[in-house]
Design a protein around this ligand. Structure first.
Ligand SMILES: *[C@@H]1O[C@H](CO)[C@@H](O)[C@H](O)[C@H]1NC(C)=O
Ligand SMILES: *[C@@H]1O[C@H](CO)[C@@H](O)[C@H](O)[C@H]1NC(C)=O
Ligand SMILES: *[C@@H]1O[C@H](CO)[C@@H](O)[C@H](O)[C@H]1NC(C)=O
Ligand SMILES: *[C@@H]1O[C@H](CO)[C@@H](O)[C@H](O)[C@H]1NC(C)=O
Ligand SMILES: *[C@@H]1O[C@H](CO)[C@@H](O)[C@H](O)[C@H]1NC(C)=O
Ligand SMILES: *[C@@H]1O[C@H](CO)[C@@H](O)[C@H](O)[C@H]1NC(C)=O
Ligand SMILES: *[C@@H]1O[C@H](CO)[C@@H](O)[C@H](O)[C@H]1NC(C)=O
Ligand SMILES: *[C@@H]1O[C@H](CO)[C@@H](O)[C@H](O)[C@H]1NC(C)=O
Ligand SMILES: *[C@@H]1O[C@H](CO)[C@@H](O)[C@H](O)[C@H]1NC(C)=O
Ligand SMILES: *[C@@H]1O[C@H](CO)[C@@H](O)[C@H](O)[C@H]1NC(C)=O
Ligand SMILES: *[C@@H]1O[C@H](CO)[C@@H](O)[C@H](O)[C@H]1NC(C)=O
Ligand SMILES: *[C@@H]1O[C@H](CO)[C@@H](O)[C@H](O)[C@H]1NC(C)=O
Length: 598
């Protein structure tokens, strides 16, 4: 008897630690509750005052389970989920989405990061996160009713919660507004968010940032083009904006699926160029822009007279630590850059020992990576082709500059001219256009070789169908339900509605839809054409990448966090396998606990 009781006790103890922590984001209607159903039995889940939409609780482990809305008109989610054996924690899931974290093949790294960047989960690619916010309804309504003419500077956000499977962050006092220029003409708006705008200026950050955007990318039926460009830049060692997909709810109303993305402000540049150090010598950042064919941020030196530089082509995006100097002469550093660029003599750069004095102005390899990806992705609205959509940032100590290109919804065939996909880099930009940054480098045989090596390296490492297509297909599967949900929602503003369908999404990831080349089709043709032009195969026969220059001392190892407003830099993983490691770790903890009990 005694022995049996003892065994029963041990069994129940083991059973107890083998319980699984379930967690789901749900929006039960009034009077409904949320449960998890395991082995035919329902176990209630509970929310908290702080996270009213996250329902968590312990229940036994089962090979399959479902979340259920109980009460009036309640129903189980349509999907049946599988629990991997040994899992002790599901992470935060989302009601009625079949899967939370996907196995997405990574992009092999082509070059190591050139700058000491803060590594964060901002560029995660394996799940769709959720943003739930409460904001001033009347101001929001007024802004959404007239986004192109609104005078509303900001909508007060009482609170905003970011939720992924492993991270939860809560913010108060956020401000947001509609963002972009021509993007405001669309019925689905894009938004820009800034922390610490209300409630006595808190000091919240998310992944070291104080601002982010939610981009609707309404010209892209797949919502996948921009993310692929950002990830390609990062995998090529460039400093780049980061992005991830997120679904948005405001005041309990579903707004849809967005690309949550960086914005070019001080905290971003500090994170991306200076390891997140806010004492770094961050100088001015200009934003280059083009309007039509005549106004271009082409970086041509027009003399030391600021009135000769179009205010539409060059704006100060961020004044870094040189606010006072810029107040006196906002374009002085830009004119100095253009002058020095114009003075560089390409024939002085002959080899690594004689790289020419352009190295004192801007990092050649970093600039050539941005050019290479602008070319490969067909960014016809970008730096090289259109002299537009870049940040030019000065280091106020060394006085040298960094260029970061962005705005990639119109890439991979979206809006591209007919033969852009097959054109060689020598003929990429129409011959009547003046692009000193590109031509100064390409007129030097040394940098021309460096550029071609850059292209070859990126083509061999990852810019090819055998690497990119499986990644796109995994992400297409991951996004499909959220795209269907997004397409079913009523748009919130007047303006252009392309009425993209799920079919167009599924088609255009792969091939032409409505005259727009597919992403996979673009990658296949661009990669083949460029390999042919450079006389290479896309086989990765390159030596292994050397160890990175930057040690990742800045990485915080906690992957699960729950904070009120400050999330630093969790989890660095090899870009190869981008699946969460939390369940495995928790399993080990559970196993050790179980062993100790025995
Ligand atoms: C978020 O704001 C809404 C609207 O003001 C409020 O009802 C809710 O209690 C807030 N949530 C938290 C956790 O403070
Ligand atoms: C779950 O989503 C499906 C569409 O995929 C829908 O038909 C069903 O009503 C949803 N179930 C619940 C309980 O929301
Ligand atoms: C929303 O903002 C408007 C304009 O600032 C203000 O008049 C109103 O009181 C606010 N509403 C709430 C519920 O705070
Ligand atoms: C802001 O600070 C002032 C003065 O300290 C205080 O009276 C006020 O209640 C604070 N407001 C908020 C929203 O915290
Ligand atoms: C440009 O002009 C300003 C004011 O006229 C002058 O202070 C500055 O030295 C000039 N810079 C160069 C590089 O000539
Ligand atoms: C490089 O040298 C040229 C002349 O030799 C000079 O005009 C130019 O300003 C120098 N550039 C930099 C970045 O120092
Ligand atoms: C700028 O100069 C600093 C100090 O000389 C150097 O470490 C850095 O690599 C340079 N950066 C660029 C973009 O050339
Ligand atoms: C690009 O070249 C390939 C191979 O020659 C050809 O199949 C394809 O049709 C071309 N694409 C365009 C848009 O010209
Ligand atoms: C192309 O590469 C092959 C093998 O590397 C070489 O034999 C051939 O001469 C090259 N052709 C050209 C036109 O450079
Ligand atoms: C990880 O989280 C635990 C619990 O929240 C905390 O005590 C610990 O300091 C964290 N470790 C790091 C490296 O942040
Ligand atoms: C966050 O703040 C709320 C009050 O706004 C408090 O109840 C909660 O305990 C805090 N949570 C954390 C993780 O600090
Ligand atoms: C973000 O990009 C970097 C550079 O390619 C990569 O090493 C890292 O794994 C990515 N992070 C995530 C969370 O995917």
């Amino acid at each position: 008897m005694k022995l049996l009781t003892g065994l029963a006790f041990i069994a129940s103890a083991v059973y107890a630690v083998a319980d699984v922590q379930y967690s789901v984001v749900a929006f039960p209607a009034g009077g409904q509750s949320v449960s998890v159903s395991v082995g035919g039995q329902q176990y209630p889940l509970a929310n908290s005052a702080q996270y009213p939409n996250i329902y968590t609780g312990s229940a036994p482990s089962g090979s399959t389970y479902q979340y259920v809305l109980t009460g009036t008109n309640g129903a189980a989610e349509s999907t049946t989920r599988n629990l991997a054996s040994g899992t002790s924690k599901t992470g935060n899931e989302f009601f009625n989405r079949t899967q939370t974290v996907y196995s997405v093949p990574g992009l092999p790294q082509a070059f190591n990061p050139i700058y000491n960047r803060l590594e964060t989960t901002f560029n995660q690619s394996t799940e769709v996160s959720t943003i739930i916010m409460w904001a001033n309804q009347s101001t929001l309504d007024a802004m959404l009713a007239a986004p192109t003419t609104t005078t509303i500077k900001q909508v007060e956000t009482y609170n905003l919660t970011y939720i992924s499977s492993t991270e939860t962050h809560f913010f108060e006092g956020v401000g947001f507004q509609v963002s972009g220029k021509s993007t405001k003409d669309f019925a689905k708006q894009s938004y820009k968010f800034s922390f610490n705008e209300y409630q006595n200026k808190t000091t919240d950050t998310l992944w070291g940032r104080k601002d982010f955007k939610l981009r609707a990318d309404e010209t892209d039926p797949t919502l996948m083009r921009e993310k692929l460009m950002l990830d390609s830049l990062l995998a090529s060692g460039a400093a780049s904006l980061s992005g991830q997909w997120a679904r948005l709810y405001i005041n309990n109303v579903p707004f849809g699926l967005y690309l949550m993305m960086d914005d070019g402000s001080s905290h971003f540049f500090e994170a991306e160029l200076f390891d997140g150090n806010d004492k770094a010598p961050l100088g001015v950042t200009y934003q280059g822009n083009a309007i039509g064919d005549t106004v271009q941020g082409n970086l041509v030196y027009l003399g030391n007279d600021s009135t000769k530089y179009s205010a539409d082509a060059y704006t100060v995006a961020d004044d870094g630590n040189v606010k006072a100097e810029l107040k006196a002469a906002p374009l002085a550093p830009l004119m100095d850059f253009c002058q020095k660029l114009g003075e560089f003599d390409p024939s002085t750069a002959t080899d690594a020992q004689h790289p020419g004095n352009i190295t004192e102005l801007i990092d050649p390899q970093h600039t050539l990576i941005h050019m290479a990806l602008n070319f490969l992705g067909g960014s016809w609205d970008g730096l090289w082709y259109a002299a537009s959509n870049y940040y030019l940032t000065q280091n106020s100590a060394s006085q040298n500059w960094t260029i970061i290109t962005y705005d990639f919804d119109e890439t991979f065939g979206n809006g591209a001219t007919a033969n852009l996909v097959n054109v060689s880099y020598q003929n990429y930009v129409p011959t009547n256009e003046v692009r000193p940054l590109a031509t100064k480098f390409l007129d030097s045989p040394y940098y021309k070789t460096m550029f071609e090596t850059t292209l070859k390296t990126i083509l061999k490492r990852f810019f090819k169908p055998s690497i990119i297509n499986p990644r796109l297909e995994a992400q297409m599967k991951m996004l499909q339900e959220d795209i269907a949900w997004d397409r079913s929602l009523t748009k919130k503003s007047p303006g252009t509605d392309n009425h993209w369908t799920v079919d167009q999404f599924l088609t255009n990831v792969k091939t032409t839809s409505g005259g727009m080349m597919g992403l996979e089709e673009w990658v296949t043709q661009r990669s083949a054409a460029t390999c042919q032009q450079l006389n290479i195969t896309d086989t990765d026969d390159l030596p292994p990448l050397p160890a990175p220059t930057w040690s990742n001392t800045n990485i915080v190892t906690n992957t699960t966090s729950s904070t009120n407003g400050t999330a630093a830099a969790p989890s660095g993983q090899a870009s190869g396998a981008q699946t969460t490691a939390v369940p495995a770790l928790m399993t080990i903890v559970a196993a050790i606990t179980a062993f100790a009990l025995l």
